[in-house]
Design a protein around this ligand. Structure first.
Ligand SMILES: [Zn+2]
Length: 442
């Protein structure tokens, strides 16, 4: 299926939050702006309508309410706070993200919270500006249903809440990294009627015949939700809205927005619809261009509905997705992100250009930047993933190369693979200067 850069890992994906913070994302100035203006520093970040990744000065609306005296105090605060530090406005505006799983943190609340604090502190100190924590639907269920705590123990003390709070204090963007289709299990709340779910939403998959001449086998592994069901899409949108309500200021980053495996989906609804549209059997046609187009319908509709929901919120959370570097391959799994980017639905695309070969990295990065322009691309760099690992000197080289080729940022996979020494080398190298998070594309 997809190129060697694509990774699959059922419990914990290998990908990749951003309310693409506007200019206020500066490591120093934003809080000063809020405090000086008398605004609530814990309120969701404002977003800008300016296109493109250009760093801009703090918006005057935060300063306007302040009196002349307050303005003077503000100036003194600014001067004081930036003494001895590099001015982030001198640095390129680029995203510097880290994908992290909640299993990274201890289940014990005291130790876990201390680890979250230390984690955010380390990454802020290394001049990162974006954190993408992996969130399962089971985690959200575990916040209210103790029967899910065995698989999501950090939900007991809400590790996500602690992470969002700490990240905000350090002016890091948080984009929840979530899959609306894949990384499910028979226990997932999507399939649990007590949580409003329905087992009939499970995607079914065509497996190749075990022996030649035999008919293909249809399996129901309950690893994926079929987004063709309107009720299943509504369930997912409601869950994402619950995340936005509980954790104000976050944005949504969708993991590989399609099916986890080829041969999906042939549930009863999909079979019935396919026959009505194309006049043929879906199981027999599963590897045809018609089936490829068909499986992009449900995923596209979910992204369109999610985009509309996000657009109705103020400020509007950003929407992004990730996947492989090759859109033609990803489309076979219903991941039609190039089209969504072309339609202007995505604030950025994160391409998993995981390879330890610098030439291959350059080729993949050039390709995806060309395919997606003008949609911003954050290049995913695999420090360690299921298919391999990249030595740190090559990681540093790939970051510089992504920047040189015009990527709007990088995201490293993942926190588990990076040591304190690695972070120090990043800060001494390509992350030497602080950087503003890119302006949101609107
Ligand atoms: Zn289906």
């Amino acid at each position: 299926m997809i190129a060697e850069t694509v990774r699959h890992h059922v419990a914990e994906p290998e990908t990749p939050e951003a309310a693409l913070i506007p200019a206020q994302a500066s490591p120093v100035r934003p809080r000063l702006m809020f405090v000086a203006a008398g605004a609530n520093p814990d309120a969701p970040e404002a977003t800008s309508l300016l296109p493109g990744p250009t760093p801009v000065k703090p918006r005057s609306c935060f300063i306007r309410p302040a009196s002349r005296l307050a303005g003077g105090v503000l100036l003194l605060l600014l001067l004081f706070s930036t003494r001895g530090r590099a001015d982030p406005s001198d640095a390129p505006s680029e995203a510097r993200g880290i994908w992290v799983h909640l299993t990274h943190f201890n289940a014990d609340p005291v130790q876990g919270k201390a680890e979250v604090e230390a984690f955010v502190d380390r990454y802020a100190e290394a001049n990162f500006n974006l954190v993408l924590p992996w969130v399962l639907s089971e985690y959200m269920a575990a916040l209210t249903d103790p029967s899910y705590l065995d698989s999501q123990p950090t939900a007991k003390w809400d590790a996500l809440g602690a992470l969002v709070h700490s990240a905000r204090q350090h002016h890091l963007q948080v984009h929840f990294w979530y899959s609306f289709t894949y990384y499910k299990s028979p226990r997932s709340p999507e399939f649990n009627p007590e949580h409003g779910g329905n087992p009939a939403w499970a995607a079914r998959r065509v497996l190749p015949a075990k022996t030649p001449g035999q008919p293909p086998v249809v399996s129901a592994p309950m690893t994926d939700v079929c987004p063709m069901h309107p009720e299943a899409r509504a369930w997912q949108i409601k869950l994402l809205e619950a995340m936005l309500e509980r954790y104000p200021g976050i944005s949504i980053h969708i993991e590989e927005p399609g099916f986890g495996y080829p041969g999906s989906c042939v549930c009863d609804l999909c079979q019935s619809l396919f026959r009505k549209i194309y006049g043929t059997d879906l199981v027999e046609s599963i590897h045809t261009p018609q089936a490829e187009d068909f499986r992009c319908l449900g995923t596209t509709e979910l992204i369109r509905e999610l985009r509309a929901k996000l657009a109705s919120r103020t400020p509007r959370p950003c929407l992004s997705v990730n996947g492989g570097p090759l859109w033609r391959s990803d489309r076979q799994l219903g991941r039609d992100w190039k089209r969504w980017a072309d339609l202007g639905w995505l604030d950025y695309y994160a391409a998993q250009n995981y390879t330890d070969d610098p030439d291959r990295f350059t080729q993949l990065t050039r390709g995806v930047l060309q395919d997606l322009q003008p949609c911003p691309v954050f290049v995913g760099i695999g420090v360690k993933w299921s298919g391999g690992a990249t030595p740190l000197p090559t990681v540093l080289q790939e970051i510089e190369q992504a920047r040189k080729l015009g990527a709007s940022g990088v995201v490293l996979f993942s926190a588990t693979a990076l040591t304190a020494e690695d972070l120090a080398r990043l800060k001494a190298g390509p992350f030497r200067q602080p950087s503003l998070y890119p302006e949101a594309r609107r």
